[in-house]
Ligand binder design. Structure first.
Ligand code: FAD
Ligand code: MG
Length: 356
């Protein structure tokens, strides 16, 4: 384990190095496009936001202005949704001591979407888990294993159903706090894709860490090719390639943010039922759907649920497709992605198509 300052410096260094790699054309993110089509009329931007590297490529005649607009949009969302910036609305909400606050449309939308996903996943996604996430040190870098009593006391203040979302106003019961780490990058990708479409863009790829959001197909009409990372490997070690057109593909895994103590790995995806890192037997979850917010929320929720409950959820809803990797080196791919997913030769994984 390490000190907060040491970790912050290490993370800043890692992000800067990742940004430098992106700027020099190398890839370093969990799920990355494996190729970029050549076309004269495209613009790229790589920048740091939401504590990660964002890398956007937009094609077509309005690429430059459209790219500037979406970059500004992401920065605006970070300013609104950050739990650590004292001038954000989320900070204001978390410190309102039970009072309602005036909320921007984006905060209303993301809170309502997160609450709906809380209901539909039976609480596997719960954005009021923030005090528990913080107790483990995942927001501060001061990693620790909280005692059982600390966790059970904190869990008493965890309940997505208690969030009040009304037109223009939101509130939380006193002592409750939210964080959108599990959904904000998906939401950001989704609203940026909509903005690009409104501006007439028909081809773009937005990489927000492990979140990929595409607009249309590549300029030559072929699908975008997204690498699915080996959870036990390096960032550019892909076990499969996924083809995507005009949709989002979001990956969550226990390998993205974690610490180790006494030989045990503790990751940042927490099971709201226990207040401890989710151990449902999965190592990585990728969700593909039209809505980036849905993808991000479900990538976290299905990681919590584990394979059987996760696939039951898919059978019940069928508004997304998924790729689940388990600890036994199986890769479960739902029927709608059977043609879009290719296992890399020698990956060591067994491909299992889930027909229904
Ligand atoms: P996902 O799987 O999508 O989500 C996991 C994250 O969601 C966890 O990190 C936790 O925050 C939360 N979570 C865990 N379990 C659950 C659950 N069951 N239900 C709901 N939520 C859960 N990190 C920093 O270290 N410093 C920063 O300054 C910082 N600023 C940020 C600003 C913004 C606006 C956002 C959106 C994120 C910021 N982050 C920051 C990162 C954030 O804290 C998460 O670490 C990150 O979003 C995790 O993304 P992911 O895709 O890896 O994980
Ligand atoms: Mg998520």
């Amino acid at each position: 384990m390490q000190s907060k300052g040491g970790l912050a410096l290490k993370r800043l260094f890692a992000l800067t190095a990742a940004l430098a790699l992106l700027l020099t054309g190398c890839q370093s993110q969990p799920a990355v496009p494996t190729e970029t089509p050549s076309a004269d009329s495209h613009r790229d931007a790589a920048f740091l936001a939401m504590d990660t590297v964002m890398s956007f490529t937009v094609y077509g005649p309005v690429a430059e202005e459209a790219l500037a607009a979406v970059t500004e949009r992401v920065n605006g969302l970070e300013q609104l949704l950050s739990v650590t910036r004292e001038d954000s609305q989320v900070w204001q909400l978390n410190h309102a001591e039970g009072r309602s606050i005036d909320a921007d449309d984006d905060l209303i939308s993301i809170l309502a979407a997160a609450q709906n996903l809380g209901y539909s996943t039976g609480g596997a996604l719960d954005v009021t888990l923030y005090p528990v996430v913080r107790a483990w040190g995942f927001t501060t870098g001061e990693y620790q294993i909280p005692g059982d009593e600390v966790i059970s006391n904190l869990l008493e203040k965890v309940d997505y159903r208690a969030v009040s979302v009304r037109e223009g106003q939101v509130s939380l019961p006193e002592g409750m706090e939210v964080d959108f780490g599990a959904v904000a990058k998906g939401y950001a990708g989704e609203v940026c894709a909509d903005l690009l479409r409104e501006r007439g863009v028909t081809s773009a790829i937005l990489r927000l860490s492990g979140n990929i959001q595409t607009v249309g197909a590549k300029p030559d009409g072929s699908p975008w090719r997204v690498g699915i990372q080996n959870p036990n490997g390096q960032a550019n070690d892909n076990v499969g390639i996924l083809e995507v057109i005009d949709q989002a593909a979001v990956t969550s895994g226990g390998y993205q943010r974690f610490f180790e103590q006494d030989g045990v790995r503790y990751w940042h995806i927490i099971d709201p039922a226990t207040g401890a890192p989710a151990r449902g037997g999965l190592t990585s979850v990728t969700i593909v759907a039209d809505s980036g917010t849905l993808c991000d929320g479900l990538s976290t929720a299905l990681f919590v649920m584990g394979r059987e409950k996760g696939l039951d959820y898919w059978r019940e809803h069928r508004n997304f497709e998924c790729i689940l990797m388990d600890e036994e080196q199986n890769i479960w791919v739902t029927a709608g992605l059977a043609d879009a997913f290719t296992l890399v030769d020698g990956s060591g994984y067994t491909l299992r198509i889930v027909e229904e």
